[in-house]
Design a protein around this ligand. Structure first.
Ligand SMILES: [Zn+2]
Length: 90
């Protein structure tokens, strides 16, 4: 990921503070701002904040879409049924 910015004061002076294990999505990092001392996760304030899917999956999906894969096909290939596609008929 890019060098983090503090979501509170927007300082670029932030250091890695700790890492934590998410329930299903691997390890993520906590940073501490050297200006205001606030702790924040690496996805705080980013477009990825609140996403429950692994960041690696999001990158794969965006790459597939950039390469021209259709939205419905992308949802089926990456098992994202219910995200956009209707359930398959029985
Ligand atoms: Zn700050």
């Amino acid at each position: 990921m890019l060098k983090p910015h503090c979501p509170n004061c927007h300082s670029k002076s932030c250091d890695h503070y700790a890492s934590y294990e998410t329930q299903h999505n691997g390890t993520r990092k906590f940073y501490r701002c050297n200006q205001c001392r606030q702790l924040f996760s690496e996805t705080k304030g980013s477009v990825l904040e609140g996403f429950k899917k692994p960041i690696s999956l999001i990158v794969q999906v965006l790459t597939a879409r950039t390469e021209g894969m259709g939205l419905n096909v992308t949802c089926r290939v990456f098992n994202l049924l219910g995200f956009n596609s209707p359930p398959l008929a029985a």
